[in-house]
Design a protein around this ligand. Sequence first.
Ligand SMILES: [Zn+2]
Length: 234
Amino acid sequence: MTEELFREDAFARQCDATVVALAEGGVCLDRTVFYSTGGGQPGDQGRLVLEDGIALDVVDTVKGADGIVHRLAEGGILPAVGVRLRAEIDWQRRHRLMRMHSAMHLLCRAVDCPVTGGQVGEARSRLDFDIGDARLDKEAIEARLAQWIADDVPIRHFWIDAEELQARPELVRTMSVRPPTSSGRVRLVEIEGVDLQACGGTHVRSTGEIVAVSVGKIENKGRQNRRVNLILVD
Ligand SMILES: [Zn+2]
């Protein structure tokens, strides 16, 4: 299995690694900084740089049977097992995803209704809520997000036992996403005093780093379901 460096350090942009398995259209490494698709966050893109300087483009990152699969651009070479290389993520893209993912946790709290689905994107993200009889006020949600961003609230992660999570089901905010577990432990992401939930994603260090977001369309997805779109402002 791949050592997931991004779970402990979302700011690691590159690492040295060794190819340990070939997978469909890509390779598995012994360790990686590439986030693999999951929890509503897309997998990283970037490149694998071989010792002779040749760079192979990674177009997507997903979970596979032998670890994290770095999918390579079609038609390129596939490095053999045992090859040493440097794995470098497309940092500009990843940092946008981190800003968006952290903003999505704020949105969870701003709306404060059960989440039924969601997707993080580079420029635009969405969360679906079961709002029951509540009414959503776009301006009010936007104002709460702006206030939390202005407050520059620290964001950190830590691990708890899976059993402890079972005793605290309120920590699982997104009903459609199973919380990531690793050898009996579950990762939690805390936005100090604002939000705490199970999440395996990559986040910025504090809410100020999000810079700014705006609330896009609030779409009707059934009688009690609303889709709230969030747009990253540069
Ligand atoms: Zn999350």
